[in-house]
Write a protein that binds this ligand. Sequence first.
Ligand SMILES: [Zn+2]
Length: 469
Amino acid sequence: MCPAPDPVSNGNGTPEEMIPVDLGSAVNDNKKMDLKHGTKKGFYARPSDFLSNTSNWKIIESTLREGEQFANAWFDLETKIKIARALDDFGVDYIELTSPAASPESRAHCEAICKLGLKRSKILTHIRCHMDDARIAVETGVDGVDVVIGTSSFLREHSHGKDMTWITKTAVEVIEFVKSKGIEIRFSSEDSFRSDLVDLLSIYQTVDKVGVNRVGVADTVGCADPRQVYELVRTLRGVVHCDIECHFHNDTGCAIANAYAALEAGATHIDTSVLGIGERNGITPLGGLIARMMVADPDYVKSKYNLTMLREVENLVAEAVEVQVPFNNYITGFCAFTHKAGIHAKAILANPATYEILNPADFGMSRYVSIGHRLTGWNAVKSRAEQLNLDMTDDQIKDATAKIKELADVRTQSMEDVDIILRVYHSAILEGKLKIGQPEVLDRLLEEHHESRGTSPTRVPDAKRQRTD
Ligand SMILES: [Zn+2]
């Protein structure tokens, strides 16, 4: 059983049932080990894949745009500034803000964030493909403008009601205007995967010719799968010269995989939000993308991003939108680096890379081995005994482990429970009160220990004991 998480934060404190394990020492210190966390080229690199950008890509962080569309989100300026600064410290390449045309406050916020003078992140704003919005956007001080328009038949019919000729003409007008102000511009379709492929390629080719910096592919409804993404982006890569940005919603759980497939096919920029917050159940999460890309090329990711900031950024956003970091979150979930099964614990203690694809130390996180449960193994218990400076033989450790497992069959033992068993066992052996293979004697000694302290031991029910005997 994993320990209960503390609210909002995660995995930070030392959970009661866990052993914190020296971070990566077995990997780093043992030169004989071939197996390490990640490799320069990744585990699945295909050297022949010349299109792949998995070692050369950028993040467009959209917590302050897409994330504002999350059901719980309402960011005041102070919160937006905190989030923008934290994302800048993390090192995202771009921060995308809500359209200044959305409301007077949105415009004021956009202008204020542009004036922060962030060091690493450029500021973008996201507008409709319309000259009115473009005129407002270029006056806010942003480094770039992301233009979007629906190109699927659903959106053309039921949303803006414009045909492809109008869309193309307006897109060219907006792009030329924004470029004339010396500002970056991206043109994106909306609901790209339900748009007509010929329409899409034709408009992307047109905007590429007029000098757009990036074209955008957006899975607005979260319907695409990695193979569709790969095929579309690869086709697009053959049609345009500019960069390709991709935006994936996570309705069917493919947002991270789709982002990876897009990069493999030649995309250059991926949209993310912290914890994936956004419209409905959101988009590719920043931490999830980082986890995925660390496997592909750890050196690239580590050289660009301040990874130990990830937990802080996530906690900040979680608090702002009043959610908890999910228990199974990538990297920062409280169980993300917790090892429980006995066979896993043994291998992890020998070399953490055996059961970890990511090294918690890279993210300022801790690894834990949980030992007070029925699946525990004696190697994990031995590690705890060593931490307690208890000098015990392997046979004694195995004997004490048998008791821990027996008691853990009644209820999971806290770290304190495990420590008591080990200490009582150790001192009883030293004092000659206990020998290996005397579980009833150990039971009596544990009872006496608890009686002397007014605490209650875990008792194995008699019926159960008869059955197991
Ligand atoms: Zn979106």
